[in-house]
Design a protein around this ligand. Structure first.
Ligand code: F6P
Length: 386
């Protein structure tokens, strides 16, 4: 049996399920008699190896690397734990010559046969470029709560994030109802609306605004939000849930850190205008009482749901199989209910082009079934900008 030395690193923003990927890679590799090196903090780990901060043997992952103390020793916790036991790097500077050289040197010291990169839209292209320069054999595994990696229906971490946001909406419903309020929830996703759309549908939102349909807020959409709220009130319900994806821009087409607050102000101002114009729907008995919740990084830090554990496990095993078959430079993907792999270079080209044009590489399809589902439920999705 060829005893391979392989490496694994996690890169970009963390998400639930990273440790489950690591666990599955380690288990499958050990069964083949391979040695797995866990690279700390993404590509920074290579720099530290080059500097002598880590000795290669200290980075070897064994079944006992993360044992708990006492009577819990031996408990296999990796598939339950969120975060990454290897740490992750969300902003690196590998473009700087000195750093790049150190990364390449660190990789050489480990003398790996292949590297598994667990990364998202933002980090895969950076590592791919390094791999080309260093002649590394890489396999990429998609992970991100944004679900914006092209060619895969699911990235690790996304389903758990949908669960967290859905639960958040459910929890907010009761306080909203008790106080007759409109709860406005700002959801992550960068430039993609998958997370906001799916959790908004599952969580019972009345309004969902995502960048694929509403790249920026317009007076028409703000007015449409007011009309939807008036319609809900007229139906006898005195509370509502609004979901806005962080990727939606303001009226000046600029990104806002707190687009939820911005939308809340716009709606309040518009309600005042409608009221002063004598619009009946916005008179007593109650005001439109808005509260904003920014779920933030809670969306990334939760024990992975069963599907993310499974996906992570299947992806990890597929990556090991690909290395065993010497099929390198591939992205492991989930497509039509099956695990597959696809060549990495066209994906990297797509990602680069999209970054250049500041657009999402795997957006929500404006006429896809999820949008149609929301429409069929009467959820307001804004006035499409042509
Ligand atoms: O890409 C994942 C993500 O959580 C996005 O949804 C969000 O915009 C971003 O990362 C937040 O990044 P940071 O952790 O650097 O604040």
């Amino acid at each position: 049996m060829n005893k391979k030395r392989i490496g694994i690193l996690t890169s970009g923003g963390d998400c639930p399920g990273l440790n489950a990927v690591i666990r599955s890679v380690v288990k499958a590799s050990h069964l083949k008699g391979w040695t797995v090196y866990g690279i700390p903090y993404g590509t920074d780990g290579f720099v530290d190896i080059a500097k002598g901060k880590y000795q290669p043997q200290d980075l070897i992952l064994t079944g006992h690397s993360y044992d708990l103390p006492g009577m819990l020793k031996g408990l296999d916790v990796l598939q339950f734990l969120s975060g990454s036991i290897l740490g992750s790097l969300s902003k690196g500077h590998p473009e700087q010559t000195q750093i790049k050289e150190a990364i390449l040197k660190g990789y050489q010291i480990l003398a790996l046969e292949a590297l598994i990169v667990v990364g998202g839209d933002g980090s895969l292209d950076i590592i791919y470029d390094l791999a080309q320069q260093g002649d590394w054999n890489i396999i990429a595994i998609p992970k991100t709560i944004d679900n914006d990696v092209p060619f895969t229906d699911y990235s690790v971490g996304f389903t758990t994030a949908v669960e967290i946001v859905t639960q958040g909406l459910y929890d907010l419903t009761f306080t909203a109802a008790s106080h007759e309020r409109v709860m406005l929830v700002q959801v992550m996703g960068r430039d993609a609306g998958h997370l906001a759309l799916r959790s908004g549908i599952a969580g019972g939102a009345d309004i969902i605004l995502i960048p694929e349909l509403i790249p920026y807020l317009t007076p028409e959409t703000i007015n449409g939000c007011c009309s939807q709220l008036a319609k809900i009130r007229k139906s006898g319900r005195q509370f509502a849930l609004v979901v806005i994806s962080e990727g939606v821009k303001n009226q000046e087409q600029q990104k806002e850190k707190y687009i939820g607050d911005y939308l809340s102000q716009c709606i309040s101002q518009q309600v005042d205008v409608l009221r002063s114009n004598g619009e009946k729907a916005f008179y007593d008995p109650i005001d439109v009482d808005l509260r904003v919740t920014v779920l933030g990084h809670l969306q990334r830090s939760h024990t992975p749901v069963a599907w993310d554990r499974l996906l992570a496990t299947v992806f990890g095993i597929k990556a090991v199989e690909l290395i065993a078959e010497k099929q390198y430079d591939r992205l492991v993907i989930w497509r039509e209910g099956q695990v597959h792999s696809t060549p990495l270079s066209p994906i990297i080209e797509t990602l680069k082009q999209c970054h250049l044009e500041q657009r999402c590489a795997y957006p929500v399809k404006p006429h896809g079934f999820m949008v149609q589902t929301a429409q069929a439920l009467g959820i307001y999705l804004g006035e499409t900008i042509v």
